[in-house]
Design a protein around this ligand. Sequence first.
Ligand code: CIR
Length: 271
Amino acid sequence: MMPPLEFTAPVWALIREVPDSFSACLRSEQLPLDPERARSQVHAYARALADCGVVVQRLPGDEACPDACFIEDTAVILDAATALMTRPGAPSRRPEVAPVAQALEGLLTRMVTIGEAAATLDGGDVLRVGELLLVGLSTRSNAAGAEALAALARPLGLRVKTVEVAAGLHLKSAVTLLASDRLVALEGIALPRDPALEGKRVIFTDEPAGANVLALGRQVLVSDAAPQTLARLARESDLEILRLDVSELHKADGALTCLSLRIPAPDTWCA
Ligand code: CIR
């Protein structure tokens, strides 16, 4: 058997600039949105990634794509060479995919698109834990989308398991990886039984903004809008917890992971 791959910070991260049309983003509550504030928060996020040693590539925004800064939804990166370009569940978001695919061409060698017209998949519904890809069946991602991912993932030694997303936008709105042996999850979420999850510690939070953290190896980005989660993680963990204000992105149902697409070093994996 192959030894498990090392979990580490990504080498590359792609982010996408916020257009003025951000004020027309899809969102569950019709709160007014400030593109300028969102832009400066995305820039601070990019600086935080760079400070953690990640090489950040910024893609231009597009006024025709208000939600494009939530770039995670456009692809699932499986390893240092391979990505599945998604078919986002929201039709208005599908034009976001091609420019991201074009940018990834310079960094990856194998990019597959979803052929099945009935399949939908948002990257925010895919949580990797070791060799397991947990795929949320949500209002955005369906079983055919999960199957498209499984077909590409299987030969790479990765397994797909689906889980119903009962509340919130995406699976990763409610559960993310804190470290290779730990998860952060919103109180009440039911995680499936799976060997890859056995022995993992799950830290529950009742702060919705606290359940989406971005693990970058020893450092972890946590939203400023989750003060209790921040305090607890800083107190209890051996990791470096970095707080970031993404409040304008939260108003559009976004969080920390969705603001980047991350590429691991060869023979490693990342969040
Ligand atoms: C949307 O509704 O599609 C965007 N306003 C937010 C997407 C957030 N994406 C993510 O959490 N992966």
